[in-house]
Design a protein around this ligand. Structure first.
Ligand SMILES: [Zn+2]
Length: 52
């Protein structure tokens, strides 16, 4: 059986820019949150998952 994946945005918590896209398994219930570099805020900030 194939693992279905869906694409999600990673949205900056500070400015709300959706700089990154990533994918995760469709049945995954956890919320993605990653610390990434935001070019708009010019620093590393937590990015929260947002539906595509
Ligand atoms: Zn930002």
């Amino acid at each position: 059986m194939k693992t279905k994946e869906r694409y999600v945005f990673l949205q900056c918590k500070e400015c709300g820019n959706r700089t990154y896209t990533t994918h995760k398994r469709q049945k995954a219930t956890y919320k993605l949150e990653k610390k990434k570099y935001c070019p708009f805020c010019r620093k590393h900030l937590p990015h929260k998952e947002h539906k595509l």
